[in-house]
Design a protein around this ligand. Structure first.
Ligand code: LLP
Length: 423
């Protein structure tokens, strides 16, 4: 459930009319619902707890939506943060998430990033390769400390979904094989700069079927048992993120309760602390991109283009992953549906959100909402075509606040410098 509903013929976010936000802030603009973020987090947490998985660390994947107000909303409920850069660690800390609840992931952590992570005391560094493990050890020893690490395993399973977001096959760049993990874990246990506490995996994103996750998790359980048989201590098992969300035109994904039950079944009797790194399932349906129709451009042969003021620089998922986003007019007109190509104003054909979509009739000036845009929306936006970075608004009940204002053109130009020979 999300909190974007029609009320009196007009789409609202919780108690706020989207037209009021468009009026005050302008379009395009991302709008997030606090109640939906809170609900998604608590439904997942309760499902995991009720399934008997203890009090797991739910390290929200900051990459999905990194606005500090969003992080603070989740942090207040007890969420940790899964981060992949110094910038994301700084955001999580700025949101008040304690360092011990921060996980630091990513395939190419630099020496400076590892040093920063150790200095602020992140709870777990997920190492993805042997060279990275040695670098973590070197950086930790130089600081007279030990890096608390988990080894990321690549379980070599096909998760389905879009190739650009699949991570769990051995041909992908992520993690090490099971045999390497055993060797590295043993090595780490004898290394003065490392404290191995667990193992981790993440096989991809937008996974709607539990079977590939289960296949990976059964293998992870086997790994924990083998490591323990070798006399190594394994306290944590981080099962990554990846559970998909309904983007409207697709089979209903597994629910958090199904997911939790599957984990409880596969991990029965294994005494570990569980950690999770969900991003999309928390944030996607908690946000929309609100845009205005510039005009309807009709070709003589009949094709109708709804040209919006939002473009691929504001929401790149359709162009990049052929992603489907439901598009809802904020004040839907009654009457027969009309077929549109919905496009942005950028000068390339890739700036097409969808083709041949049946929608209530649109006119210039209408507002439309791209649904399920709260994850991997604003975070992937850019200033391509020198369009200003899209602003973000957070709603709570009857209130809303601009949590990232639209920059000005002066802000944009002020970031650049004239080389001395042009002065
Ligand atoms: N943990 C790790 C190590 C990850 O690489 C990811 C996502 C997550 C957790 C969170 O996965 P989620 O629960 O959100 O599926 N930009 C793409 C998605 C890229 C996901 C990358 N990794 C999109 O718009 O679909």
């Amino acid at each position: 459930m999300n909190h974007f509903e029609l009320e009196g013929g007009e789409l609202h976010c919780e108690g706020v009319a989207l037209s009021a936000i468009a009026e005050a802030v302008g379009t395009p603009v991302y709008v997030y619902s606090s109640a939906t973020l809170e609900r998604h987090y608590t439904v997942l947490r309760d499902a995991l707890v009720d399934a008997g998985l203890g009090q797991p660390l739910i390290a929200y994947a900051v990459k999905a939506n990194s606005n500090v107000a969003v992080l603070r909303t989740l942090g207040k409920l007890g969420a940790g943060a899964d981060t992949v850069s110094i910038g994301e660690i700084k955001r999580a800390l700025a949101a008040g998430i304690p360092a011990r609840r921060i996980v630091f992931s990513g395939v190419g952590k630099t020496e400076a990033e590892l040093a920063f992570a150790l200095d602020v005391g992140v709870g777990e560094i997920n190492v993805e390769s042997e060279p990275e493990m040695h670098l973590a050890s070197k950086v930790a020893q130089a600081r007279g400390t030990r890096a608390t690490i988990a080894i990321r395993v690549n379980p070599d399973v096909s998760a389905g979904g879009h190739a650009k977001i699949s991570t769990g096959k051995s041909e992908n760049k992520f993690g090490v094989s099971f045999s390497e993990a055993e060797r590295l874990y043993a090595q780490a246990s004898n290394n003065a700069g490392l404290k191995p506490v667990g193992v981790t995996c993440h096989i991809g994103s937008q996974i709607t079927d539990l079977a590939p996750l289960e296949e990976a998790f059964v293998k992870m359980r086997g790994l924990v048992q083998r490591l323990r048989t070798e006399g190594l201590s394994v306290e944590r098992l981080d099962l990554g993120g990846g559970l998909g969300v309904p983007y409207f035109n697709m089979p209903t994904p597994a629910t958090p309760a199904d997911y939790a039950a599957m984990i409880a079944r596969t991990m029965k009797g294994l005494d570990v602390e569980f950690a999770f790194e969900p991003g999309r399932m928390i944030a996607a349906n908690a946000g929309i991109l609100l845009s205005r129709v510039q005009h309807i451009h009709e070709r003589p042969e009949g094709r109708k283009f709804a040209v919006l003021d939002a473009a691929m620089n504001d929401l790149i998922r359709p162009a990049m992953y052929d992603a489907y986003h439901d598009i809802r007019p904020v004040k839907p007109r009654p009457g027969p549906l009309v077929t549109y190509d919905v496009v942005g104003p950028i000068c390339e054909t890739g700036d097409t959100f969808t083709r041949d979509r049946d929608l209530p009739r649109l006119e210039a000036g209408d507002l439309v909402a791209f649904m399920s845009a709260g994850a991997y929306g604003a975070v992937m936006s850019s200033e391509y075509n020198s369009r200003l970075l899209v602003p973000e608004v957070l709603v709570k009940g009857d209130e809303y606040a601009v949590v990232r204002p639209r920059p000005t053109y002066e802000d944009m130009l002020d970031r650049e410098r004239t080389p001395p020979w042009q002065l």
